[in-house]
Design a protein around this ligand. Structure first.
Ligand code: ADP
Ligand code: F6P
Length: 328
């Protein structure tokens, strides 16, 4: 259900919240430049909701976002704020917005950040969320800012590990990020031609299957065996030890970690983040609030935040089956 107000928007605030993601800068730039193009003022809030509570608020002009579209991270900084999870903190945040003349807000972050956006909306600040997370774990959208860059970074790293793994005829357990979601693992599993792909949505914790697969592959003459393990399953080091003990094949664990969150955003992340940032400004100008922007079936769209948070995203069965069948 669309919530709309008649409040005229004159000044837009923008903040990044939760884990950073490549492409957040493109989104910030788009919010700033689109708002200015539409005759509005823009304030940047540093360090997420905590920065709002600390009144770390700066005026932003077109020049302030020059030369940032190609940079990883977020020029506004990001943080996690316990204080903003409390009703008092949320009320204080809205009051600070009003004090600084901010009548519309764009929050770039994951689903935790949307809860904060809902709270600001409830407290009278028209607020729009943009999906900023490398995990792709937001149900209302087929695209999240940062996923494309993260998956490409992970893919390139895994290619490198695969080279050395083949030279030494080793098995490699490579852990990729994704909190409780297996999208980075699934995409790398296909893109890197991994022999096993372990994702939290599907894993049955039967390690013997992996061990049997490794032994069978070695008998078939494969010189390497890549197991991509999602962070949501974790324990890659002990898994590698157990695999080595059971198969007699040297096995190493590599945890890719934060490298997946940094680096220059891909063209896709720059492009989609730019359109989403501009779109957020335009729906604020239409009087919308408590909405989140998504990409679905080839279109940029927006949903009520509660509706978006209640949606459930599953791993596509067919794609998961293909990943498995192509690994032989
Ligand atoms: P992400 O946005 O990447 O999911 P978090 O879950 O850590 O990251 O949320 C980012 C921030 O959003 C939190 O530190 C907090 O300030 C705010 N937030 C999270 N949950 C809530 C909530 N239920 N109510 C208000 N604010 C919240
Ligand atoms: O949500 C993005 C993400 O990088 C997850 O993949 C990971 O679980 C989490 O953030 C790590 O968060 P932190 O920055 O708090 O260590």
């Amino acid at each position: 259900m669309a919530e709309e107000t008649n409040k005229e928007i004159k000044t837009i605030g923008v903040l990044t919240s939760g884990g950073d993601a490549p492409g957040m800068n493109a989104a910030i730039r788009a919010v700033v430049r689109m708002a200015i193009a539409r005759g509005l003022k823009v304030k940047g809030i540093k360090k997420g909701y905590q920065g709002l509570l600390n009144e770390e608020i700066i005026d932003m002009g077109t020049k302030d976002v020059s030369d940032i579209i190609q940079r990883g991270g977020t020029v506004l900084g990001t943080a996690r704020s316990m204080e903003f999870k409390t009703p008092e903190g949320q009320k204080k945040g809205a009051e600070i917005c009003k004090k600084h003349g901010i009548d519309g807000m764009v929050v770039i972050g994951g689903d935790g950040s949307y809860r904060g956006a809902q709270a600001l909306s409830r407290n009278g600040i028209n607020t729009i969320g943009l999906p900023g997370t490398i995990d792709l774990d937001i149900a209302c959208t087929e695209y999240t800012i940062g996923f494309d860059t993260a998956v490409n970074t992970a893919m390139q790293a895994i290619d490198k590990v695969k080279d050395t793994s083949a030279s030494h005829e080793r098995c490699s357990v490579i852990e990729v990020m994704g909190r409780n979601a297996g999208y980075i693992a699934l995409w790398c599993g296909i893109a890197n031609g991994a022999e096993d792909i372990l994702i939290p949505e599907k894993y049955d914790f039967n390690e013997q299957n992996i061990i049997n697969n490794i032994i069978a592959n070695r008998r078939r003459g494969k010189t390497h065996h890549i197991v991509i393990n999602a962070e949501g399953i974790g324990h890659s080091v002990s898994m590698a030890r157990r695999i080595e003990a059971a198969t007699g094949i040297e096995t190493r664990a590599t945890i890719l970690g934060y490298m997946q969150r940094g680096g220059q955003p891909t063209a896709k992340d720059r492009y989609y983040a730019s359109i989403m940032g501009a779109y957020a400004v335009d729906i604020l100008l239409q009087g919308k609030t408590n909405r989140v922007v998504g990409f679905s079936k080839g279109e940029f769209v927006d949903y009520d935040i509660e509706e978006a948070l209640n949606m459930v995203k599953g791993i596509n069965e067919y794609q998961f089956e293909v990943a498995h069948l192509l690994s032989y």
